[in-house]
Design a binder for this molecule. Structure first.
Ligand SMILES: NC(=O)c1ccc[n+]([C@@H]2O[C@H](COP(=O)([O-])OP(=O)(O)OC[C@H]3O[C@@H](n4cnc5c(N)ncnc54)[C@H](OP(=O)(O)O)[C@@H]3O)[C@@H](O)[C@H]2O)c1
Length: 259
């Protein structure tokens, strides 16, 4: 019974930026659960090689895509439309950050970060709505999962001004879309990761003192793992998550909750 409650076998999912980092963890988690997964990367070879490895668990298809422009996002949606007549889950995972001291934080660190982290999730949902609603029902809605960040919920010492603002924005955008799309049986939630060992956080882990300081701030005293992030996304994608919408699911070892 419990097994079936968390079952995602046969679902069709798209994970942007699913070839590496957190997206890869989610894509593999979905495939291990028997879902068919589409993943994107800006580099065709990177996407292909990740999809080949993930295909050990279930069908996984690579799509080269750049979501930093609306045109790139629309092209991605058309590509999915050419291949499928419905889509059950979209994970807006692709993300960009920019770190620099306040005094020298450049204006160019705003547009590109907002484009990938906020506008792309919006445009992708807008363009994929026909596919998302095609298979959606009251008991089994389509699922949109947006990636937020603890930096969008609380003040983190990371000098990533546009990034933090973009994550707060996507978290609120998720609630706005959740309200709008509930009558069409599409849920929209934000998964809010704490610190995971990906290339985005490499600079925080390189220096031993800085890495120690980071771990000391995390109540559960470790970084997040692939199972931590995949688990929450599988939950949201499964029957168990069907009644959750407009929510922020924080996966951060207690950073936010215990503060
Ligand atoms: N790592 C953490 O601790 C942490 C914490 C909180 C939130 N997050 C969020 O989790 C998500 C994944 O981050 P990550 O840690 O896995 O970082 P990452 O290893 O740097 O990966 C970033 C991902 O975003 C994709 N991406 C970036 N720009 C893109 C573009 N223009 N078009 C398409 N894809 C693009 C990359 O794809 P390609 O390079 O393959 O094209 C890559 O898969 C992000 O939204 C991030 O903000 C991460």
């Amino acid at each position: 019974m419990l097994n079936r409650l968390f079952d995602i076998e046969g679902k069709i999912a798209l994970v942007t930026g699913g070839a590496q980092g957190i997206g890869r963890m989610i894509a593999e988690g979905f495939a291990r659960g028997g879902a068919k997964v589409y993943l994107t990367s800006r580099r065709a070879d990177v996407a292909e090689s990740a999809a080949r490895e993930i295909s050990a668990f279930a069908e996984c298809v690579a799509i080269p895509a750049d979501v930093s422009t609306p045109g790139g996002v629309v092209e991605l949606a058309r590509e999915i439309e050419r291949r499928e007549s419905r889509l059950d889950v979209v994970v807006n995972n692709a993300g960009k950050t920019w770190g620099a001291p306040l005094e020298s934080f450049p204006d160019k660190a705003w547009g590109s970060v907002i484009a990938v982290n906020v506008q792309a999730p919006f445009t992708l949902v807008r363009e994929l709505l026909p596919l998302l609603t095609a298979g959606a029902s009251a008991s089994d809605p389509a699922r949109v999962i947006n990636l937020g960040s603890v930096a969008g919920r609380k003040v983190e010492p990371i000098e990533a001004y546009s990034y933090s603002a973009s994550k707060a924005a996507v978290q609120h955008l998720s609630r706005v879309l959740a309200a709008e799309l509930a009558p069409r049986y599409v849920t929209v939630n934000t998964v809010v990761p704490g610190y995971f060992p990906t290339s985005m956080t490499a600079h925080l882990r390189e220096e031993e003192a800085r890495a120690r300081e980071l771990l000391a701030r995390i109540p559960l005293a470790r970084l997040g793992s692939a199972e931590d992030i995949a688990g929450i996304c599988v939950f949201l994608a499964s029957r168990a998550g069907a009644y959750v919408t407009g929510a922020e699911l924080v996966v951060d070892g207690g950073l936010c909750g215990c503060a």
